[in-house]
Design a protein. Structure first.
Lengths: 432, 449
């Protein structure tokens, strides 16, 4: 699979970035499980995602335990070992997936909706979530794999930059370490810790379920009912601590044997429910979020040829998520490229966008609105996000209107209040 | 049990008709393909040119990719940057990509705005401005792209060196992005020649998938592209790869943390193969080895014997020239690259000696069947499949027949292709031996045939 991608060796010019807009149906199962469903007829398939507040922000001192727990789920569950689970999915072309971020760990299933096939896929899926075996042998194996994976990441200047960047912007907050954890902390994790983590966080009160696909509401209700019935009720995870902004601006360069220097700059800014969400989001679209036409792309790449990719983005989280600007440039251009990046940001913050830039961004965001959820996969992402962060159910419908309401003054004011350049953390990793 | 499941799948497949591809060739030779998909009010438009890195003579490797970058630098009627601004103002998403056998440009738009994409693509097919000042800047961008993709990635570098060793004279030996000395020395007239030589309606395929009506799209295509004159397109030299007559090996020493092995067997592609079932059987073979967690490599080498930390295999049947059937592995702690090589070869021998089980074959076919449904979720991917098949000369019909052809493959055929193609004399092996990263390691390559 991996090699297949490698072989096709396609080079993109840019690093990558309706009828569907049916109302999201929301209900609770008889046991109180939260369900969000969008019927999507047309293709005989369904996507299911169960999201837990069990991200790396729950790691405590055991950095990486959330991700490790998630990776272990499919290595044995109920009466089946890893081979049997894999065979049960593959034999019917079902796809199981699991992933961990700072806020969440989720497990997902993509299956055909043909009754017999879906039943086998769901049966296996339920066991994985509710009855994982967590055997010693599989624990050791996955732990070793994780350690080698982390070692290999050390080959990449971009990885070192990201790791240091999060440490700098988050200090002691649980968002500060990487989701994958650290070599030393992974080594120290014991199987009992994994069991404990699972028991505490993989529970129905700590979950939301998103379903998108060719099912009737009745079918979706039945699936949700069965799935939630397998989980212990448990408790909702406690609120995460507030993020403290960095005390002052800092800049650090780490020497690394690479031909390019990777540069990241930013600070914690945006939470999912922030009142300034739309001014910041639309503003960033102009600054560095709109690919080939953003200000950063223009200044760094189009005007000066300093980098292949230059961007900025907000990653909104439960608590303040990072604002990140990034680029990679050959080592000798590091200082210059950093300056251009900082200057572009400073100009944007002091002057705000022009009305013309704002109008262009609004046209892009509203004119391309249908592209945001033109297939089940994209739609599922939205539904899961809306479900987990408890956003209004009409979030998608109201999106174009909210974008159009944003003014130049809103953007300028929101950036001046939130993106404080005198607190900016700048990390670079590369040659001298 | 498994057989029953498969039969259920096949019944299911009859009830789900994939939408039909409709074709029209304009008088100037531009082939237009349309697939109507009315699930969402959007449209994907892609224009594919039959030119890529495998078309490039030495000295200007990577020029197709460079030209792809320059295609965003303006025309007589739209100055540099305006193309992207117009697409953005219309809510569109756009990009371009270059492969060994094609260069393609695409936009995704709300369905009523397809004409905008056609107008702009027709314009830059004929009136591109190639300016020296823009090239100077864009050269730097592509050099940065190369540093990011290859120079600072030990595994990408290993693959680049392996390709250059595995192929003797096939242009597939060159990286798509080009060799550094070639990139640094493109001149504007190199690009001008390349543009004139390959960018013509009779060397292109226009593919539209989405909430459109085929007849209206054909009319729109005629309106915007119809007047562009056809040009004589040079016949490509065959550059047929000379036979390989023995195993090739190399060890790469680079600053890295984890050892890694790549093994590549020279095999036919669907385009070059004598009997087409062989290519489909090779495709099944790759899925038996690495299609999902229950496939042989993860089941046996990662879980069973626990030799590999990661392992994979892959084959792309869609190449224009002779292909490579690839293996990769990362050993677990305490195991060596030689252990990986032996383990992979043991798996290959097993496939040569004994036919795969009925269960394994049924699993592959079930996965192919399910994927043929899943992939319809993406307009972009559907267009992509047609474009790849067209540009290598297989024809879009081939892409549409894929599932059916895979269904015909037998277990014995899979054994036969393993036996015929995965042989020592056709093998190239590359080891990545990590060097300490702290000191300034001398980068060197030991190379032995």
């Amino acid at each position: 699979m991996r090699i297949k991608l490698l072989l096709i060796s396609i080079l993109f010019s840019l690093p990558s970035a309706s009828a569907f807009a049916q109302a999201i149906k929301h209900w609770q199962t008889s046991q109180g499980g939260q369900v969000y469903f969008v019927p999507s007829p047309g293709l005989p398939m369904v996507d299911i995602r169960l999201v837990f507040a069990a991200g790396s922000a729950r790691d405590g001192k055991q950095y990486g335990i959330a991700a490790l727990t998630s990776n272990l789920l499919e290595t044995g569950a109920g009466q089946w070992n890893a081979d049997q689970i894999a065979q049960r999915f593959d034999a019917i072309g079902a796809k199981y997936s699991a992933s961990t971020s700072r806020d969440t760990s989720w497990v997902g299933l993509r299956s055909l909706t043909q009754a017999g096939l879906l039943a086998q896929a769901l049966d296996t899926f339920e066991q994985i979530i509710a009855q994982p075996q967590f055997t010693v042998a599989e624990f050791q194996r996955i732990k070793e794999q994780t350690l080698i994976g982390l070692q290999q990441q050390q080959e990449k200047p971009g990885f070192i930059a990201k790791k240091t960047f999060y440490q700098f912007i988050y200090g002691k907050h649980p968002y500060a370490h990487l989701v994958a954890g650290e070599i030393d902390t992974i080594k120290a994790i014991q199987l009992a810790d994994i069991r404990q983590f699972h028991q505490q966080y993989y529970v129905s009160k700590n979950a939301v379920l998103a379903i998108v696909g060719d099912l009737t509401e009745q079918q979706a209700r039945k699936i949700a009912e069965t799935l939630y019935a397998k989980l212990e009720p448990g408790e909702k995870a406690k609120p995460l601590p507030q993020v403290k902004s960095p005390a002052k601006a800092r800049q650090k360069h780490i020497v690394f044997p690479s031909s390019q220097t990777h540069i990241l700059a930013g600070l914690p800014v945006l939470s999912r429910k922030d009142a300034d969400y739309f001014p910041l989001y639309v503003g960033n679209h102009i600054l560095g979020g709109s690919g080939l036409v953003s200000l950063l792309f223009n200044e760094i790449r189009e005007q000066r040829g300093l980098a292949y990719s230059a961007y900025s983005y907000f990653s909104p989280l439960e608590k303040m998520g990072p604002f990140t600007m990034g680029l990679q440039t050959q080592n000798k251009q590091r200082v210059m490229a950093t300056k251009v990046m900082q200057q572009t940001l400073a100009d944007f913050i002091s002057k705000g966008p022009t009305q013309e830039q704002l109008t262009a961004a609004q046209k892009n965001l509203t004119g391309g609105f249908a592209l945001r959820f033109d297939n089940n996969k994209k739609l599922l992402n939205y539904v899961a996000t809306i479900a987990f962060y408890q956003l209004p159910l009409d979030y998608l419908d109201s999106f174009p209107g909210k974008v159009l309401q944003v003014t130049v003054a809103d953007i300028k004011s929101a950036f001046q209040r939130w993106v404080q350049t005198d607190l900016l953390q700048i990390i670079s990793v590369g040659g001298q | 049990m498994i057989v029953r499941v498969l039969m259920v799948l096949m019944c299911c497949s009859f009830s789900v008709h994939a939408n039909r591809v409709q074709e029209r060739v304009l008088a100037n030779g531009l082939k237009v393909l349309v697939k109507e998909e009315h699930r969402s009010p959007v449209v994907v438009s892609q224009i594919w040119y039959k030119v890529g890195s495998s078309y490039e003579p030495s000295g200007i490797t990577g020029i197709s990719h460079m030209l792809e970058h320059m295609m965003f630098k303006g025309t007589d009627s739209h100055p540099a940057g305006e193309f992207s601004e117009i697409i953005a103002a219309n809510g569109g998403r756009e990009n371009a990509f270059t492969g060994r056998d094609y260069t393609a440009y695409f936009q995704a738009l709300e369905k009523s705005r397809l004409a905008i994409s056609f107008e702009l693509e027709a314009d830059r097919m004929q009136h591109l401005h190639l300016l020296a000042a823009e090239l100077t800047k864009e050269l730097q961008v592509v050099m940065e792209e190369r540093r990011m993709r290859t120079e600072d990635k030990p595994r990408a570098k290993l693959q680049e060196y392996l390709m250059a060793m595995a192929y003797s004279n096939s242009p597939y030996r060159n990286p798509v992005i080009g060799w550094p000395a070639d990139i640094e020395n493109y001149r504007i007239d190199d690009l001008q020649r390349w543009y004139q030589q390959w960018y013509a309606p009779n060397n292109a395929i226009l593919i539209v998938v989405g909430d459109v009506h085929a007849e209206k799209v054909f009319k729109l295509a005629e309106q915007y592209f119809g007047a562009i004159p056809a040009r004589e397109i040079a016949v490509l030299k065959p550059q047929t790869e000379v036979p390989q007559v023995g195993v090739r090996r190399m060890t790469i020493k680079l600053p890295a943390k984890v050892p890694y092995i790549l093994m590549a067997y020279k095999v036919s592609s669907l385009k070059t193969v004598g009997q087409e079932w062989e290519a489909y059987a090779l495709d099944v073979l790759a899925t038996v080895l690495d299609g999902g967690e229950s496939a042989r490599l993860p089941a046996r080498l990662q879980r069973g014997q626990q030799l590999a930390s990661s392992v994979g295999a892959g084959y792309d049947l869609g190449g224009r020239l002779e292909e490579l059937f690839m293996f990769e592995a990362t050993p677990i702690k305490g195991k060596s690259l030689l252990d990986m090589e032996i383990a992979l070869k043991t798996e290959i021998r097993a496939l040569q000696r004994k036919v795969i089980s009925a269960e394994e074959l049924a699993r592959v076919k079930a996965q192919v069947m399910a994927n043929s449904i899943y992939e319809q979720d993406s307009l972009f991917y559907q267009a992509m499949k047609l474009g790849m098949a067209e540009t290598v000369g297989l024809g879009w019909q081939t892409a549409e027949q894929y599932r059916e052809k895979i269904n015909q493959v037998t277990a014995e055929q899979v054994r036969l292709v393993a036996d015929k193609y995965l042989v020592e004399s056709q093998l190239s092996i590359a080891y990545l031996e990590p060097q300490t990263m702290s000191e300034n390691t001398q980068q060197g390559v030991k190379h032995a045939h």
